[in-house]
Ligand binder design. Sequence first.
Ligand code: GTP
Ligand code: MG
Length: 192
Amino acid sequence: MIIKQSEFIKSAVNPSHFPDPEFPEVAFAGRSNVGKSSLINTIVNRKSLVKTSSRPGCTQLINFFKINGNTFFVDLPGYGYAKVSKTIRSQWGTMVERYLKQRENLMGVVLLIDIRREPQKEEFQLMEWLSGRGIPCLRVLTKADKLSRQKQINRVTELSKMMMCEKEEMILFSATSKQGKDEILKELDMLF
Ligand code: GTP
Ligand code: MG
């Protein structure tokens, strides 16, 4: 997939505000601060199409982007941010769950996991839920630049065991070095 054009469409919470599902769509999901917004900026070759922040909880709404005039990318707010109140956390759950359940044009989910962290119950729940519905899930290990090449390889082995998947089913990614960018674009191409 070659991304030539990208534009912000809108932010939404309720399905009634989502854009018409007129194009195939892929959503980017993962813990707060894992690097979802940074990954989108990297693959669309824009420095700040999506707002990023070192402070977790930056993306709070569901953000829709139109890519090449014929595809949607969706930046989901991150989960697991300890500092938000219980009410906000449950609102997050409702918001994202509703999105995942209702979006008929959803072709797949890119699940981001920090290469240095262990997947938690949210990641396992999401993977199980997606596989139950036959929605493809692409696993991306983010912030690979934080580890040496050898440590990256070791983590791929460890994480593939934890997530019961093949090593080949995970992509090492860094927004800093752009490692893994082409691989992600290739996978998205196949998804669409
Ligand atoms: P929320 O919107 O809060 O859910 O976070 P997010 O997942 O969108 O994360 P975001 O892209 O805003 O990045 C969070 C922080 O991690 C920022 O300070 C980024 O600069 C940093 N970051 C993101 N990707 C990478 C990466 O590949 N390598 C390094 N070293 N830092 C990264
Ligand atoms: Mg974000």
